[in-house]
Design a protein. Structure first.
Length: 364
């Protein structure tokens, strides 16, 4: 009888142990499901309101208890910093909207949507995308992305370099090639984006590309444009060296520069403002990428446009997109404050619209 009683107690004790272990496992699973939030997005997050720039009125996405579907991150396209990208891009659009409304900057922020602007915008009808070209910010790579999407080549690696900028062969139609009604429809419905870069660093890149290295051998920059700038803007006429950055800055900052532009062919896209190129206060862009954060912005743009599963942005060499403050200061070190201020006055709209700081060497 005693043996039977002991066995009964042992079974009760064993059952109690199993019950405790079972309850612990259930509680542990509940805690895991309750607090696990790998992407940092939960229903308790504060809702965000997206504002976009329009010519007449603001567009607001209704307040939601979750992130808009187009901004939902996926494990493939978003990791690390990229889960913060929707907020970054909404802040950029909000800044753009506010500066566009600043009447004091109206002459520097607004432009007509002319044929010149429409010529800068490339079209991918298949995926409903418009891309505005802003030279010296990695546009060649974005052109390759669109060429593949349009079906002219099956992969970026197959595209010959001499085809990318040959608009008769690369399969990239310009928005200006459509009728007025078709243009209006695409501007209204398509995903639209462009890329910007610190305005002064972009000018340095343009100067080096066209007057120093000239990799695609465009002789008119050295043999026609450079001599014209030297004749008009070089202080020491006895110097025989080629175009210097100081000459270039003096030309670009001259309030009367346009008379010389006409001789060069009016607008030279490599150094006109982003405002003149893409009309950001007149056209409602979906995303504005920054060259300095292109490693994050490129995959975000592909995801937002719904094409991340079809094509990837070409590999970016390490450090190539980082803002080089030392280089900028070195280029401007021998130039008078008056000439730099004139240059800044011309590009102030670009600095303000896209959140770039006025250079320190102008404030000292």
């Amino acid at each position: 009888w005693l043996v039977s009683d002991n066995m009964h107690h042992q079974w009760l004790l064993l059952a109690a142990c199993f019950w405790v272990i079972f309850m612990f496992m259930v509680a542990s699973k509940f805690i895991t499901l309750t607090f696990k939030d790998p992407d940092g997005y939960s229903a308790k997050q504060e809702p965000l309101i997206l504002t976009a720039v329009t010519k007449v009125e603001e567009v607001h996405v209704p307040e939601e208890k979750h992130w808009p579907e187009e901004f939902q991150p996926t494990g493939k396209a978003f990791s690390g910093n990229l889960i913060r990208q929707p907020l970054v891009h909404m802040e950029r659009l909000e800044l753009l909207r506010n500066v566009c409304r600043d009447t004091a900057l109206r002459n520097l922020s607004h432009t007509a949507v002319s044929k010149f602007v429409l010529d800068r915008i490339f079209v991918c009808d298949k995926h409903k995308i418009l891309f505005c070209q802003t030279p010296k910010v990695g546009n060649t790579q974005w052109k390759k992305v669109l060429i593949v999407l349009n079906g002219a080549f099956s992969s970026i690696e197959e595209i010959p370099e001499n085809i990318v900028h040959d608009h008769e062969k690369n399969g990239l139609p310009r928005l200006s090639s459509f009728s007025d009604s078709e243009i209006k429809k695409r501007l209204s419905l398509y995903f639209k984006f462009f890329i910007v870069r610190d305005p002064f660093e972009r000018l340095i890149s343009a100067f080096k590309d066209k007057f120093v290295h000239n990799p695609r051998f465009e002789p008119w920059y050295r043999h026609e444009i450079a001599p014209g700038i030297i004749r008009k803007y070089r202080k020491n006429r006895t110097e025989t060296k080629g175009l210097q950055f100081e000459d270039f800055v003096r030309y670009l900052g001259d309030p009367n520069h346009r008379w010389l532009d006409v001789q060069f062919g009016d607008h030279i896209i490599h150094w006109v403002t982003y405002v003149e190129l893409c009309a950001p206060c007149e056209i409602t862009y979906s995303v504005i990428g920054h060259h300095e954060t292109l490693e994050d912005d490129a995959p975000y743009i592909l995801k937002a446009a719904g094409i991340d599963h079809l094509v990837s942005y070409p590999t970016i060499p390490p450090g190539i997109t980082v803002y080089n403050k030392t280089k900028v200061e070195r280029y401007f070190s021998g130039i008078s404050k008056r000439d730099i201020r004139r240059l800044y006055a011309r590009f102030e709209g670009d600095f303000k619209l896209f959140g770039y700081r006025e250079p320190d060497f102008l404030l000292n």
